[in-house]
Design a protein around this ligand. Sequence first.
Ligand code: IPE
Ligand code: IPE
Ligand code: MG
Length: 232
Amino acid sequence: MNGPHHIAIIMDGNGRWAKKRGLPRTIGHREGVKRIKEIVREAKKLGVKILTIFAFSTENWNRSKNEIKFLFQYLNIFLKNYKKELMRKDIRLKAIGRRDRIDKNSIRQVEVVEELTKDNKSFIFNIALDYGGRWDITEAARRIVSDYQNKLVSKEAITEDFFQQYLSLGGLASPDLLIRTSGEQRISNFLLWDLAYTELYFPQKYWPDFNVMELEKAIEVYSQRIRKFGKI
Ligand code: IPE
Ligand code: IPE
Ligand code: MG
């Protein structure tokens, strides 16, 4: 079986999961954050090498202050409690996205874990926070222009491969499989460049119900797909 090397996940449906149970949306986020560790553990066990999850988009600032506060609170607790396991399992954690709008406490927490795990090699776990695909591409363009002005790069050097190095995922292989839970079938400004040839999978389950069996199912579906990359 040819499994995916890199999986990307849009964790969607926390709010609807809670609503269905008559609970506040924030409880949905609390449950959702609990699933993350289980999914990382299982992905690693199944031979996946990179997992990139969408936790907060550049558009999610349009939600209520209260919801945003709780979401980051749960993420902070998650990161704090996760350090030991990341080290034990040789997992590197990296955040992708803007760092200038998230509260300082959360950023500090993220940077502590990034620094601690930077030499881990068995698995890469990227967490997208205040991330937007359009921001990512714009930011890359801005940095290339700056390197051009500083005479570090010539116009001829700017190929697709070169451009990709400036994106948040840098030199990492693009995702093979994108999973978006909750039945919605859209990208919502996630990894626009990197998803160019990714296989898409849209299970109905809300994210807090996406358990290890659901991940196995997703990988099984992926292994049945025929990837063509434009060839016959
Ligand atoms: C995903 O669940 C979590 C984030 C976007 C942060 P939602 O909060 O979007 O849940 P629904 O889509 O409203 O059900
Ligand atoms: C996408 O979910 C962002 C994350 C999962 C972090 P949203 O729930 O924000 O997306 P839309 O608004 O339904 O497209
Ligand atoms: Mg949603």
